[in-house]
Design a protein around this ligand. Structure first.
Ligand code: 1CP
Length: 345
């Protein structure tokens, strides 16, 4: 086992509180935009080993972190499935929306052959990174990928996806089953290449109609983890059912994740009372608290989170990705509060 705080925390040891940040690699560090200029097409950027490696390293140059997350995007799976994914500046990702009942997408294809640069970058990074830094590989969860693929873009309510779920349910189930296999394949590839920890982003889990939450958030995650374990991949999995409210209780017991990432809306005292005590917890500082300069509540808030979580296996993180306007000095301050807290307990 790697000698780092995150691996220890996830492998059942109570250790000092580790820290890393969702979306720590891109956007809020000005130097990222210098690296980004080297390749303006974002898909090509995510396929360029040199740029993947530079971006993954970037936050480690600025911060004393316990993990690096490999630079990529959840939409590399739809891209590898031959959807014409494009990233447009100031708009976000787009692709041709899928027509419900379209069967071509359900064909059995292998996505990993198209993601070789990701695999090679992970192998290189794991060899170069010190053992004290965990390397995290990731994928989007099937529901969240289906949302982008059916809608063709981001959305406030993913109405087309929910309509497809009700009107073409058999097809929708097959689409999710197809995505389960692709997600498992991609996670397996990353673990075999050297990723120590795997994370599943279900960023739109709050768009799942409640009576389908078990099927599409919990069971699909459990199926992915079953596939991984059956292939002898035992890297711990962190699940992130974003904004799923009280449904995180059942998710924590039945999705088979080793750690649940909590978003910034979750009340921590409620969470530790109600969710599965056998799994670790990651979260849940509001990333917006890292935007104002000299935010006088920041320190108090970080200490409150640490106090509440002191008897649980806990990874400090934000409750959603860092935003482009987040301040580097605030991130540094949070890390120093955590390191000092660790020294004093
Ligand atoms: O031009 C650019 O630089 C594009 C901005 C950008 C970046 C930096 C996108 C487009 N993706 C990424 C990288 C990325 N995406 C990482 C790498 C690590 C890091 O930044 O530290 C990760 C882990 C992701 C994951 C991701 N992509 C998620 C899940 C996390 C979350 O925020 O909920 C989602 C939903 C996406 C889709 C996506 N990719 C990019 C954008 C702008 C979006 C969101 C669009 C929307 O809100 O619908």
């Amino acid at each position: 086992m790697l000698d780092n705080l995150i691996s220890k925390t996830l492998n059942n040891e109570k250790s000092n509180t580790p820290v890393w940040f969702l979306r720590q690699a891109g956007r809020h560090i000005p130097e990222y935009f210098e690296i980004r200029k080297e390749e303006t097409n974002f898909i090509n950027f995510c396929l360029n080993e040199d740029l993947i490696i530079k971006s993954t390293y970037l936050p480690l140059k600025y911060y004393d972190l316990d993990a690096a997350i490999v630079f990529s995007d959840i939409l590399m799976i739809p891209w590898a499935m031959k959807r014409n994914v494009k990233f447009t500046k100031n708009f976000g990702p787009t692709m041709d929306p899928m027509i419900p009942n379209e069967t071509k997408i359900l064909e059995n294809i292998s996505i990993n052959s198209k993601l070789e640069p990701l695999k090679n970058s992970i192998s290189y990074l794991r060899k170069k990174l010190p053992n004290s830094i965990a390397l995290i590989g990731f994928a989007g969860a099937p529901w969240t990928l289906a949302c982008y693929m059916i809608e063709g873009k981001g959305s406030k309510d993913f109405i087309e996806t929910r309509k497809a779920l009700w009107s073409s349910h058999n097809w929708f189930m097959k689409l999710i089953d197809t995505l389960i296999v692709h997600v498992a394949d991609k996670l397996e590839m990353q673990a075999k290449a050297g990723a120590d920890i795997l994370m599943l982003f279900d960023s739109w889990s709050h768009m799942i109609p409640n009576n389908f939450f078990y099927e599409y958030a919990i069971k699909s995650t459990a199926k992915i983890i079953d596939i991984l374990r059956s292939r002898n991949i035992f890297a711990p999995v962190i699940g992130f059912p974003f904004k799923a409210g009280a449904s995180i209780i059942r998710y924590s017991f039945e999705s088979k994740v080793d750690c649940i990432a909590l978003d910034w809306s979750v009340d921590l005292p409620w969470a530790i009372m109600n969710i599965n005590k056998d799994i670790a917890i990651q979260g849940n500082l509001d990333p917006a608290s890292l935007i104002p300069s000299r935010n006088k509540y920041l320190r108090e808030n970080v200490l409150t989170i640490l106090d509440i979580m002191k008897d649980r296996r806990f990874i400090f993180n934000v409750g959603h990705g860092l935003t482009p306007d987040c301040k580097i000095e605030n991130v540094k301050e949070v890390i120093s509060i955590i390191r000092n807290y660790n020294r004093n307990i």
